[in-house]
Design a protein around this ligand. Structure first.
Ligand SMILES: Cc1cc2nc3c(=O)[nH]c(=O)nc-3n(C[C@H](O)[C@H](O)[C@H](O)COP(=O)(O)OP(=O)(O)OC[C@H]3O[C@@H](n4cnc5c(N)ncnc54)[C@H](O)[C@@H]3O)c2cc1C
Length: 413
């Protein structure tokens, strides 16, 4: 039997998932990765990929284990402190883990383990090799050092991240308003934050249109501030927001004697893609803009879409099959979360965020379960939920948010 030749571009989470699934679907697979192998396996000193906080409810971990990877998360997240602009924190304890701290680089990291698994299956990975262009008829132009050569494939899976080369002309272009920037620092050593309790800070002073966060595990802390570049006032640099966050007394004290390991910088798309392939090209993960628009998390959909792209190879028309799957399994949730982003992150002013957080406190305390629907209570809460947003989107926001909050959280008493 003539096996289909699949070239996967990128050995991040989506590319690794795609390579394994395509291989298991009977294809002959090759992976092309521009980074050097050492940067995936050894280094934890440069970028955001040193750490990730995997998605809600361990869903990505479940996916990974279904695919036969055995990845131990370093810490489970069992609670959160939300700091609205007013500074008065809302303290949650969760009914079950709501995320896991896992590593992207270094020995034992998720990338490392996925790559090992690919190599064990006998799939070839070319590190230090870059795809310069790809066309829907299956041709690729590649460079390795000073060499430049062409390759051909029956299917190309573009898993090359948000600045995708493979997806040029297929994925919609990314403008400043389509991305969120993350800038932060990773620390090691004794610290004063409660391990497994994430902190989320809101408001335009620290993170215009986004959120700042602290992720402490027992011996490590990541502090990141995220923002929408088009909402950052002219003349203010992203670094200033991080410095402001680090100078906040609660953060300074919490960091205690821990020491800096590396800086963290990167960006994620926050508006979903609409095209997922063309001709012989399929796009997976961030190259297809499948990141959660609300939180910026991308691991779960990267792994899921990679898996779907790889599995579609067994079908007569992979692009059609894959596009149908993505539209069924991922897009509806992205649309919902996109509406939540527009309603919450893009619309609320600081005083409205304060009001929203105090509303949540009322609702999850269990004493005011009907607060949202009961007009007397609404009035009693003054400029409550209906006045939160400019465009009258608040009802949708709270409808989306509150059932989630109620199902997952209990208030720390
Ligand atoms: C600051 C920050 C924090 C984040 N935190 C979280 C989080 O807590 N939880 C979460 O779920 N997600 C988080 N994300 C998002 C998550 O990292 C991404 O969604 C995920 O990495 C996307 O996976 P991917 O495989 O699609 O792309 P990538 O991880 O970007 O992998 C793409 C790969 O392709 C390679 N490549 C690129 N171009 C080429 C080319 N031309 N030729 C060959 N190879 C190429 C790259 O070297 C890379 O290895 C965060 C992102 C940032 C920036």
């Amino acid at each position: 039997m003539n096996r289909k030749k699949v070239i996967v571009v990128g050995a991040g989470p989506s590319g690794c998932a795609a390579a394994i699934s395509a291989y298991e679907s009977g294809a002959s697979v090759e992976v092309i990765e521009s980074r050097q192998r050492a940067s995936i396996v050894e280094s934890e000193t440069t970028s955001f990929e040193a750490l990730q906080n995997l998605t809600q409810d361990g869903d990505a971990l479940e996916l990974i284990s279904k695919m036969g990877f055995d990845i131990e998360p370093e810490a489970a997240y069992l609670g959160a402190k939300i700091y609205p602009p007013s500074g008065k924190p809302l303290d949650f304890r969760l009914n079950r883990p709501h995320g896991y701290f896992i590593r992207r680089r270094g020995q034992g990291s998720i990338d490392h383990q996925m790559i090992e698994r690919i190599e064990r299956a006998g799939i070839k990975i070319e590190f230090g090799t870059r795809v310069e262009g790809a066309t829907p008829d299956g041709r690729l132009t590649i460079t390795k050092g000073d060499d430049r050569f062409d390759m051909r494939a029956d299917i190309i899976i573009g898993a090359d991240g948000r600045s995708t080369t493979v997806g040029k002309g297929i994925a919609s272009p990314l403008f400043r308003k389509d991305i969120a920037i993350g800038i932060g620092r990773h620390f090691k050593g004794p610290h004063g934050f409660e391990p497994g309790i994430a902190q989320c800070w809101l408001g335009s002073r620290l993170c215009p249109g986004e959120y700042s966060y602290v992720l402490p595990s027992r011996e490590e802390v990541t502090v990141v501030t995220t923002m929408r570049p088009h909402m950052v006032p002219k003349g203010t640099s992203y670094g200033e927001y991080l410095e402001r966050f680090l100078a906040t007394p609660a953060i300074r004290e919490g960091l205690g004697p821990s020491h800096k390991v590396c800086d963290v910088f990167g960006s994620v798309p926050v508006t979903p893609g609409i095209r997922f392939g063309k001709g012989k090209i399929l796009l997976a993960g961030e190259s297809a803009r499948l990141t959660d628009p609300l939180l910026g998390f991308g691991m779960k959909n990267s792994i899921l879409s990679g898996h779907l792209a790889g599995s579609s190879i067994a079908h007569v028309d992979p692009v059609n099959e894959y596009t149908t799957w993505i539209n069924e399994k991922i897009v509806p949730d992205l649309k919902k979360r996109m509406r939540a982003r527009e309603t919450i992150m893009d619309s609320l002013e600081d005083h409205q965020i304060d009001q929203m957080v105090s509303m949540i406190e009322v609702v999850i305390s269990g004493t005011e379960v009907d607060a949202f629907f009961d007009s007397r209570r609404r009035k009693a809460l003054g400029s409550g939920i209906w006045s939160l947003t400019r465009k009258g989107y608040t009802a949708q926001a709270m409808k989306l948010l509150l059932p989630l909050v109620r199902a997952n959280f209990s208030l720390k008493m």
